[in-house]
Design a protein around this ligand. Structure first.
Ligand SMILES: NC(=O)c1ccc[n+]([C@@H]2O[C@H](COP(=O)([O-])OP(=O)(O)OC[C@H]3O[C@@H](n4cnc5c(N)ncnc54)[C@H](O)[C@@H]3O)[C@@H](O)[C@H]2O)c1
Length: 378
């Protein structure tokens, strides 16, 4: 039995939203052991959290530079092999870059960087490093999302006409109307989040879902943002028209002020023969629509699903798996790649998805600021 991969974690402390998802997901398929971290920029809080979750304190570092310096002193067979970057956005690039330059494998949160230029530089560094880079577009790990990808590839929908992806949340509605509260949220601070809040944080997931499932690339976009207040620099709502190919068009709707919405990511893909409808909040039901036949419901774990989908379920049908399992599937794919084993195309989002995502974010901001004009993606 191979040894577990030695995993380091940056960010994702006890005060964070996403840390627990990565910690649990990394354990689900027994591939990783968390051996070192900088969970928090405050060393005291960092150590206190490590104590709480039982990570040995000897590799809980004061900051990222110390992490690199001390880990590089260790023999390779003890050193951290792969590191998850779970900090606010502006730290992804400097951390991922230095990790790659020092030969680590990287699992990185989205958006990959804060600019397209950084994304391209990271892509270069990744090519040079030759290590594995996985980007955690969490929702691509769901078995039914993977099933959509495989069925589209097999031609079940026929020629695609229209894609409608939506990602609606409401949480910023409780913050945006109060200047003081607004100033306390890093997602509304361009220095920490990058040039976009809503599109950068969640619209980019919907964009990735569109490209992941259809296998098509978005070629051009036109966006319309809402900032709600003149003195708010960050979009909190954005509607983006997309063109993917001749006669393949669609829309990405995203909002952080869709009052009462929780984590409403959903996609509908309409083709000449059939259509899909899938919702993140009910991820185990994939609806296949037809103009001539009754609606079918696909569910995970059944033998009728594709290999890629089936490899993402651990229990027989009827034992609901959820977001922890979805993220675990991305960690599972990354583990195969790190161990040099064969893995399926689509098992984890890659550096290319990160570059595409940053291209999308920058294009939507340029489109809105340019007077809602069409902008080409590269
Ligand atoms: N994949 C997804 O579905 C998903 C969901 C939520 C968040 N995210 C992404 O995850 C990242 C973190 O988001 P969050 O909501 O958990 O943020 P958060 O503010 O809740 O947590 C950030 C964590 O990073 C730590 N941190 C900050 N500066 C640090 C530093 N210099 N060194 C080490 N740790 C540091 C903080 O102490 C905290 O523990 C963001 O990039 C976000 O876009 C992804």
């Amino acid at each position: 039995m191979p040894k577990k991969l030695r995993l380091g974690i940056l960010g994702g402390g006890g005060d964070s939203l996403i840390g627990v998802l990565h910690r649990v997901a990394s354990q689900i398929n027994d591939n990783y052991e968390i051996v070192g971290a900088v969970f928090n920029p405050d060393y005291k809080a960092n150590k206190a959290f490590a104590r709480e979750i039982d990570v040995p304190l000897n590799r809980i570092y004061e900051d990222f530079d110390t992490f690199i310096k001390e880990e590089m002193k260790l023999p390779e067979n003890e050193r951290i092999q792969v590191c998850s970057v779970l900090t606010p956005n502006f730290l992804h690039y400097p951390m991922a870059l230095k990790l790659l330059e020092n030969g680590f494998h990287v699992i990185c949160e989205k958006p990959m960087t804060t600019t397209l230029d950084e994304a391209k530089k990271l892509q270069k560094a990744h090519k040079k490093a030759g290590t594995v880079f996985a980007l955690t577009h969490t929702y691509t790990g769901y078995p039914m999302v993977r099933q959509m990808r495989e069925m589209i590839k097999a031609g079940v929908l026929g020629k695609i006409h229209k894609v409608d992806a939506v990602y609606y949340q409401g949480w910023i509605n409780t913050i945006i109307h109060d200047k003081k509260k607004r100033a306390s949220v890093w997602r509304l601070d361009p220095k920490k989040a990058g040039i976009s809040s809503c599109i950068g944080d969640i619209g980019v997931h919907a964009f990735n879902m569109v490209e992941y499932t259809t296998g098509l690339k978005v070629k051009s976009i036109l966006s319309d943002f809402n900032y709600l207040y003149k003195d708010n620099a960050m979009d909190v709502d954005g509607t983006v028209l997309i063109r993917m190919a001749e006669h393949v068009k669609g829309v990405i709707r995203s909002s952080q002020v869709a009052t009462g919405e929780e984590n409403g990511l959903a996609i509908a893909i309409y083709g000449e023969k059939a259509a899909f409808r899938w919702e993140q909040e009910n991820p185990n039901f994939l609806y296949v629509l037809s103009d001539t036949k009754p609606t079918q419901v696909y569910k995970p774990g059944h033998a009728y699903n594709s290999k890629l989908s089936l490899e993402g379920t651990k229990l027989p049908p009827g034992h609901p798996e959820g977001i922890f399992d979805s993220m675990a599937n991305i960690y599972k794919g990354a583990a195969k790649a790190i161990r040099g084993r064969k893995f399926n195309d689509g098992e984890f989002p890659t550096m290319l998805d990160g570059v595409r995502g940053m291209n999308f974010i920058e294009a939507t901001v340029a489109s809105h600021k340019g007077g809602n004009v069409w902008v080409q993606l590269e």
